[in-house]
Design a binder for this molecule. Sequence first.
Ligand SMILES: [Zn+2]
Length: 130
Amino acid sequence: MTSRRRVPDEVMVLADGSIQPDLFGATDAELARRAHAERVREQFEGRARTLPGGAAVVWVAPYDTIGARTGERRPGWRCWLCGGVEANEYVLGLRHGLHAGDPEVLTRTRCRLQDRMQDRDTDGAMGGPR
Ligand SMILES: [Zn+2]
């Protein structure tokens, strides 16, 4: 075989440089999983770091926080489902439930904030579901 493909760390390379045969398809499956994760990561960052027009997402500090002064502008992370902008990827994951490591993140149709808003609207504070 003349094609070069990346060899995962788990693959056993023998002393003569040959690779242990992938008898059960585990290597191919792992390579496919990693390639999918890489594509998801790229699309995730494309959606979260740029606005639909292509401009970079900007986060404006609402108050003195995480090393930023009130009103300071920094590159931000945007929830493409509700439009909320967060200071970093970690907070985007916490508040909106969008994690780059989630292989299904791009297929989600609602974020965690939207779910909470709907729960609040349908549960009601006193009377239960309407
Ligand atoms: Zn959101």
